[in-house]
Design a protein around this ligand. Structure first.
Ligand SMILES: O=CC(=O)O
Length: 328
């Protein structure tokens, strides 16, 4: 089919390296007439009519009312990534536009990052790397001992598909697994990974050596972990966040880490991202921070794009939509 006859997809400016952009663009071009933001802005009148869908890469760009008003034929926003807290779902829905996400593609790589952060923080990997590259200092490993993940208790807050993948991995480390979730998992699912349900989050916080946050960011989970919750954790415990920064009260976390209310934190997400260079979290040696890389793998980028494309095509073809997200 000629490019002009394919449904138009607007790809927002996603930054990144040219190679990634080219790969994504090649995938999208198989199904769509791809219109970049630059092309759209240069020829708004003609392009705006063609655009039936917008492809959003992860949570970088947001979609505002002005953009929606300029796209009269828009039917769907295909978010590549699972979290949609950067999108105003109610406002988008008021334009009759659907939103979709990619829960399947993100689950394994994000669970891997959760495990990587837990292990790295437990064994003080970042400090170890820094010591290894500063050969003029004398260091003895006994001066900076880590803690073991094996047989420790892991508390998972948010047992969706990523949480469940974390539990599967943690089982291989003989971890005792607790979880807290809005809805309890089926008995067979709990048994398959040996996970115990904690109806009260407080119980999980008190018992866990590692607490991992894997909830969506919603008004209910905003600042879910604050001073009170941190004070319930063991002084030897580590907090890992692979959900969204705003799930934690960051000021309370800084205080808890400075005064050793908890042992350490390992964060793939913060607010803002990135943190300003003078942020107190960057000055603490009991924190490791990665720059929101839960899905930053060659495979995940590709799979997320394919999942997003399948969602968009389903909307445009009037077929059942694999992963639609609804405003609350
Ligand atoms: O943060 C990543 C995602 O929401 O998929």
């Amino acid at each position: 089919m000629a490019k002009e006859e394919l449904p138009g997809v607007l790809i927002l400016d996603i930054g990144g390296t040219q190679g990634v952009l080219e790969n994504l663009a090649a995938l999208l071009k198989k199904h769509f007439h791809l219109i970049t933001m630059k092309e759209f802005l240069e020829n708004k009148e003609e392009m705006s009519k063609k655009i039936q869908s917008v492809f959003v890469f992860e949570c970088r760009p947001t979609i505002d009312r002005e953009l929606l008003e300029s796209l009269p034929n828009l039917k769907v926003i295909g978010n590549s990534g699972v979290g949609v807290d950067h999108l105003d779902l109610k406002m988008i829905s008021s334009f009759g536009v659907k939103v979709t996400n990619t829960p399947h593609a993100v689950a394994d790589p994000t669970a891997d990052i959760g495990m990587a952060l837990m292990l790295a923080s437990a064994r003080r990997l970042v400090e170890g790397c820094q010591i290894a590259v500063s050969p003029d200092t004398k260091h003895f490993a006994v001066d900076w001992l880590g803690v073991e993940v094996t047989r420790a208790t892991l508390g998972i807050i948010g047992m969706g598909s990523i949480g469940y993948k974390v539990a599967q991995r943690a089982r291989a480390f003989n971890m005792r697994i607790l979880y807290h979730n809005r809805n309890r998992r089926r008995k067979e699912e709990e048994e398959a990974v040996g996970a115990h349900y904690c109806e009260k989050m407080e119980d999980l916080l008190q018992q866990s050596d590692f607490v991992m946050l894997i909830v969506n960011l919603t008004p209910e989970t905003h600042r879910l972990i604050g001073k009170k919750e941190l004070s319930l954790m063991k002084p030897t415990a580590t907090l890992i966040n692979i959900s969204r920064g705003a799930v934690i009260d960051q000021d309370a976390l800084v205080e808890a880490l400075q005064s050793k209310v908890i042992r350490a934190a390992a964060l793939d997400v913060t607010y803002p991202e990135p943190l300003p260079r003078d942020h107190p979290l960057l000055k603490l040696n009991n924190v490791i921070i990665t720059p929101h890389i839960g899905t930053a793998t060659v495979q995940a980028i590709h799979m997320m794009a394919e999942e997003a494309i399948a969602n968009i095509l389903a909307v445009l073809n009037g077929q059942p939509i694999p992963s639609e997200v609804f405003p609350k």
